[in-house]
Design a protein around this ligand. Sequence first.
Ligand code: F0G
Length: 458
Amino acid sequence: MEYKTIIEPFRIHTVQAIDLPDAETREVALVRSGYNIFGLHANEVIIDLLTDSGTGAMSSEQWAGMMRGDETYAGSRSFFRFEDTVKDITGFHHVIPTHQGRAAEKILFSVAVNEGDVVPNNTHFDTTRANVEYQGAEARDILTPGGLDPATVLPFKGNMDLDRLRSTLDEADGRVPLVMITVTNNSGGGQPVSMANLRDARVICDEYQVPLILDACRFAENAWFIKIREDGYAEKTPREIAREMFSYAHGATMSAKKDGLSNIGGFLALNDTEMAQSARNMLILTEGFPTYGGLAGYDLEAIAVGLNEVLDEDYLRYRIRSTAYLAETVSAGGMPIVQPPGGHAVYLDAAGLLPHIPAHEYPAQSLVVELYRAGGVRGVEIGTVMFGRRDPDGGPDEPAAMELVRLAIPRRTYTQSHIDYVAEVVIDVANRAKDLRGFRIVEQAPWLRHFTARFEPL
Ligand code: F0G
């Protein structure tokens, strides 16, 4: 008999208490934070789905690895274990540790990107975009058109639009220092990129002699989607699939806070020796010596173990299935979502739920606030607050492409009953959608405003 329930492939070894703040406490917290959930304190949140970054639970093997941490400044044993693991999984020649993903981006772009350049990506994550723009270059999103419609069900909605890649390379002749592909495509709904798309992108990059770099934060989840959705991969292991994905790239930036199953860390991996040398020089200036790069030896150990654990088939099956379970439950309960569900998160379609709130009144912000108010569930706005363009003359913002709320699922952290509770809250809010109202911004920073803006309900 094969049972259909996919269980968490672990048992709980250490627990951490969560607070259960009541409705009044939550209302006070909302007013204090200016209706910005980034201003909430952990003890005011019941289920925290703000991010899957650095919020997962480490395994007993990872904690054991931390005890083995070698804190030698130069040439620590932990570094070599970390380097061997990254080389084994990715095949890249040079491995440069960083304290998290954006540090790898900053170092890569400061050695490779110049003012006036254009960097294409399926969709830049916000820190990636900000780091490209900081160099005075243009961060251009060229997602496959199917990826922009939340309701369309396609297997690989994270794919790059290869026609636009070609036209960008033609148009910006000589000004494209590198091409990036984000796996999975976080800002576009956690959607995977197919192996065929990676392979074809590489052929085009070779034609124009431009390196292809993966933003590999969620490479293992992407590998699992390839295994279950793309012809020819069903019998391959996630490790073999990941290795093939990396084989089409010249390098990668990585946040180990995602598919490194760690609470901190990242790396930049490259094949090009000269570029790696420049990156190491920059690393010494900003992060640390090349055998620790802003991390403790014990962090390098935790990442080395995590990178192997994340490729475990039982883990990936449970991970992708449990995300889909939340998506299916809320969707059946009347909440429109990005279809099909992504790997690390469920993306609620606030524009679909709240057609009476125009983009410049921030429908996704309204939904985020209501999920917290109703049940202490913290998601994050990925809409016009995060990605809209401000009108310099004080008029309404130019809207973002989509109005989404991301419910990101920390790895190995919440049980099915936590997720059932979240689904109940989401469905309750969906049933009251017509009562929700928009917001206006009363205070905002000149860039990355979503972190600190203050709002007032309309
Ligand atoms: N690239 C992608 C696709 C990401 O999702 C992130 C982080 C980064 C780069 C930067 O990595 O945080 O280690 O510096 N994403 C987190 C999130 C913050 O919530 O999605 P980092």
